[in-house]
Design a protein. Structure first.
Length: 119
Protein backbone atom coordinates (compact mmCIF):
# COMPACT_ATOMS: atom_id res chain seq x y z
CA UNK A 1 0.00 0.00 0.00
CA UNK A 2 1.04 3.56 -0.69
CA UNK A 3 -0.33 6.56 1.14
CA UNK A 4 -0.35 9.98 -0.51
CA UNK A 5 -0.87 13.34 1.16
CA UNK A 6 -1.27 16.48 -0.92
CA UNK A 7 -0.79 20.02 0.31
CA UNK A 8 -0.35 23.53 -1.03
CA UNK A 9 -3.75 24.28 -2.50
CA UNK A 10 -5.59 27.51 -1.88
CA UNK A 11 -7.12 30.64 -3.34
CA UNK A 12 -5.10 32.75 -5.75
CA UNK A 13 -5.82 35.51 -8.24
CA UNK A 14 -5.50 34.94 -11.95
CA UNK A 15 -1.89 35.25 -13.02
CA UNK A 16 -0.64 34.06 -9.65
CA UNK A 17 1.27 30.95 -8.64
CA UNK A 18 0.87 27.99 -6.32
CA UNK A 19 3.06 25.01 -5.52
CA UNK A 20 1.46 21.70 -4.69
CA UNK A 21 3.27 18.94 -2.84
CA UNK A 22 2.49 15.26 -2.58
CA UNK A 23 4.29 13.12 -0.03
CA UNK A 24 4.25 9.37 -0.54
CA UNK A 25 4.75 6.77 2.18
CA UNK A 26 4.49 3.02 2.46
CA UNK A 27 5.55 0.63 -0.33
CA UNK A 28 6.93 3.19 -2.76
CA UNK A 29 9.64 0.98 -4.24
CA UNK A 30 7.36 -0.20 -7.04
CA UNK A 31 6.62 3.27 -8.36
CA UNK A 32 6.92 3.78 -12.10
CA UNK A 33 5.69 7.34 -12.15
CA UNK A 34 3.72 9.89 -10.20
CA UNK A 35 1.11 12.11 -11.70
CA UNK A 36 -1.14 15.04 -11.00
CA UNK A 37 -4.74 14.98 -12.09
CA UNK A 38 -7.50 17.52 -11.58
CA UNK A 39 -11.27 17.56 -11.48
CA UNK A 40 -13.27 20.72 -11.98
CA UNK A 41 -16.89 20.98 -10.80
CA UNK A 42 -19.18 19.07 -13.12
CA UNK A 43 -16.31 17.66 -15.16
CA UNK A 44 -14.44 14.40 -15.32
CA UNK A 45 -11.04 13.98 -13.76
CA UNK A 46 -8.30 14.84 -16.24
CA UNK A 47 -4.57 14.32 -16.48
CA UNK A 48 -2.37 17.34 -15.83
CA UNK A 49 1.23 16.16 -15.54
CA UNK A 50 3.39 13.16 -14.70
CA UNK A 51 7.01 12.31 -13.99
CA UNK A 52 8.86 9.02 -14.20
CA UNK A 53 10.35 8.11 -10.86
CA UNK A 54 13.60 6.90 -12.43
CA UNK A 55 14.90 9.16 -15.15
CA UNK A 56 12.59 12.06 -14.45
CA UNK A 57 10.89 12.19 -17.85
CA UNK A 58 7.96 14.58 -17.68
CA UNK A 59 4.67 14.77 -19.53
CA UNK A 60 2.06 17.53 -19.58
CA UNK A 61 -1.45 18.09 -20.78
CA UNK A 62 -1.60 20.72 -23.50
CA UNK A 63 -3.74 22.90 -21.25
CA UNK A 64 -0.94 23.31 -18.67
CA UNK A 65 2.18 23.00 -20.83
CA UNK A 66 4.47 25.98 -20.39
CA UNK A 67 2.75 27.08 -17.17
CA UNK A 68 3.04 24.06 -14.86
CA UNK A 69 6.21 22.22 -13.89
CA UNK A 70 6.29 18.82 -12.22
CA UNK A 71 9.35 17.72 -10.25
CA UNK A 72 10.27 15.12 -7.68
CA UNK A 73 12.56 14.56 -4.75
CA UNK A 74 13.26 10.85 -4.63
CA UNK A 75 14.92 11.05 -1.23
CA UNK A 76 11.78 12.56 0.26
CA UNK A 77 9.36 10.49 -1.86
CA UNK A 78 7.70 13.75 -2.77
CA UNK A 79 6.43 15.16 -6.03
CA UNK A 80 5.70 18.81 -6.66
CA UNK A 81 3.58 20.76 -9.10
CA UNK A 82 4.64 24.36 -9.61
CA UNK A 83 1.73 26.22 -11.17
CA UNK A 84 2.37 29.64 -12.71
CA UNK A 85 0.22 32.03 -14.71
CA UNK A 86 -2.87 30.46 -13.21
CA UNK A 87 -6.21 30.94 -14.93
CA UNK A 88 -9.76 30.66 -13.59
CA UNK A 89 -10.17 27.50 -15.67
CA UNK A 90 -7.42 25.88 -13.57
CA UNK A 91 -9.85 25.86 -10.65
CA UNK A 92 -10.25 22.23 -9.57
CA UNK A 93 -9.45 19.65 -6.96
CA UNK A 94 -5.94 18.43 -7.67
CA UNK A 95 -5.02 14.82 -6.95
CA UNK A 96 -1.67 13.12 -7.00
CA UNK A 97 -1.42 9.47 -7.91
CA UNK A 98 1.11 6.67 -8.14
CA UNK A 99 1.51 4.58 -11.27
CA UNK A 100 2.88 1.22 -10.29
CA UNK A 101 5.40 -0.86 -12.22
CA UNK A 102 3.35 -4.01 -11.52
CA UNK A 103 0.18 -2.77 -13.21
CA UNK A 104 1.26 0.34 -15.13
CA UNK A 105 -1.90 1.88 -13.75
CA UNK A 106 -2.51 4.72 -11.32
CA UNK A 107 -3.50 2.55 -8.41
CA UNK A 108 -3.02 4.89 -5.46
CA UNK A 109 -4.58 8.30 -5.06
CA UNK A 110 -4.39 11.14 -2.58
CA UNK A 111 -7.37 12.83 -1.03
CA UNK A 112 -7.05 15.92 -3.20
CA UNK A 113 -6.36 19.58 -2.57
CA UNK A 114 -8.55 22.45 -3.73
CA UNK A 115 -7.12 25.10 -6.04
CA UNK A 116 -9.32 28.12 -6.72
CA UNK A 117 -8.28 30.85 -9.15
CA UNK A 118 -10.29 34.05 -9.02
CA UNK A 119 -10.65 36.35 -12.02
Amino acid sequence: QVQLVESGGGLVQAGGSLRLSCAASGRTSGTYAMGWFRQAPGKEREFAASIKWNGGNTYYADSVKGRFTISRDNAKNTVYLQMNSLKPEDTAVYYCAVRRIATMSYDYWGQGTQVTVSS
